[in-house]
Design a protein around this ligand. Structure first.
Ligand code: DGL
Length: 280
């Protein structure tokens, strides 16, 4: 058991603010744990960046969170989970620290989709990087052995709409409808849409307006939180290394004041934020 004054939090990493939607659900599900959130706001967005760059930035963030004392890091970013998780787990962790763990958000989301779809036709909405990586299709294929048809649609304008607080504007309505129409015309049998990007839960009301009745929206935060709680119950060797005093720190690579202001959009709360140097 860690000493009580020790701080061994769960690390939550995102390219910027979006992972706060995941963090919020995790903290509500497991309020006793300590957390540290790191947003790489100076280098966001990751969605349009290459595989190599997303891997490099994510690896740096994980190393930083390990240095902050995290035995476990969640990549609460779909793009980082899609492009960097496997490489980090297989190549970097054995060298960095084989006793620490790094988990992503795609697998828990894919685990949930099987019980939601009736038609076995699923759509994935995400950043250009997440969709072009094919990670959701690959995971769904692995888990459901070809029994679910997957169609992806990149929605590059949706993140900037949220970050600029343009959620309830005609501009946002235009871009939301455009991508929903496109994915449903590609596969009219889709009955479940995965919001495969951290920002999209903030658009859920607007998304619902443009969807025909009977299409379920899978917003991943609660599934990721349930899956993490289940993981820790099954892995007491990791759980016992985590401190549980409900403490929380927020780090950003950009201005702390700016982070604090936009974070309130996601958490409906004011948070104290520390700025750190861009990681290298
Ligand atoms: N957090 C990213 C994701 O979930 C969206 C923002 C970005 O492009 O960096 O894919």
């Amino acid at each position: 058991m860690p000493a009580t004054n020790e701080y061994s939090p769960i690390g939550i990493f995102d390219s910027g603010y979006g992972g706060l939607t995941i963090f919020d659900k995790i903290r509500k599900r497991m309020p006793d744990y300590d957390y540290i959130y790191l947003g790489d706001n100076a280098r966001t967005p990751y969605g349009s960046r290459s595989f190599e760059v997303v891997c490099q930035f994510t690896r740096q963030a994980v190393a930083r969170l390990f240095a902050e004392g995290c035995p476990l890091v969640i990549l609460a970013c779909n793009t980082a989970s899609a492009k960097a998780l496997r490489t980090i787990q297989q190549k970097d962790l054995p060298m960095l620290d084989p006793l620490r763990r790094v988990l992503g958000v795609i697998r828990p989301t894919v685990e949930a989709v099987g019980s939601l779809t009736r038609t076995r036709h699923v759509g994935v909405l995400g950043t250009a990087g997440t969709i072009s990586s094919g990670s959701y299709s690959i995971e769904i294929e692995k888990m459901y052995a070809g029994n679910i048809t997957v169609t992806g649609e990149a929605c590059p304008m949706w993140v900037p709409l949220v970050e600029n607080n343009e959620i309830d504007t005609p501009g946002s309505a235009y871009f939301i409808q455009k991508h929903l129409d496109r994915i449903l015309s590609l596969d009219p049998q889709i009955d479940t849409l995965i919001l495969g990007c951290t920002h999209y839960p903030l658009l859920i009301r607007q998304i619902r307006q443009f969807l025909p009745a009977g299409i379920a929206i899978l917003s991943q935060g609660e599934y990721v939180a349930d899956s993490l709680s289940d993981y820790l119950a099954r892995h007491p060797e990791t759980d016992c290394r985590l401190t549980k005093q409900s403490r929380c720190r927020f780090l950003t690579t950009e201005s702390a004041a700016k982070f604090s202001e936009t974070a309130s959009l996601f958490l409906h709360d004011n948070v104290a934020v520390e700025q750190i140097a861009v990681m290298s």
